[in-house]
Write a protein of this length. Sequence first.
Length: 170
Amino acid sequence: MKQLLLLRHAKSAWPDGVPDHDRPLADRGRRDAPRMGAHMTTTGLQPDFALVSSAGRTQETWALVEQALARPCPSRTVASIYEAEPQAILAAIRDAPADSERLLVIGHNPGFEALARLLAPTGNADAISRLRVKFPTAGLAVIALDIERWAEAAPGKGRLEAFMTPKTLP
């Protein structure tokens, strides 16, 4: 059994003249990212590896989340996650280190919302309902996958255990 954490980047800014790939976080994003990292720590969702999109806002989200974790977490920047379709994100997940049990992936919508639905059509009814409405910035989907290796990750193999957003945190 593996556990996948899909974290959409925190709220980003839209500065004039900055390409989409390079956009930084907004003030709200800089507040929300460490809160989500702290929540992962306090709820036992400490990742053991992270895959992070190459975009500025995802890299900044990861830096703030990582600081809030209980212990260091190795990571890899994966350019193919940037603005990717679900199958491209799934390909990156399948290539994650085999010894990782709880994988954090930080990326973008609409790919993340579509991937969460694709991987985990069943699970916590409240979480599924909220995910269907919106996968907001700094939203975190927790998916249990009935697999032994990440290479086996496939549509329908998961169960949505939880879906949290900065607004739902205590």
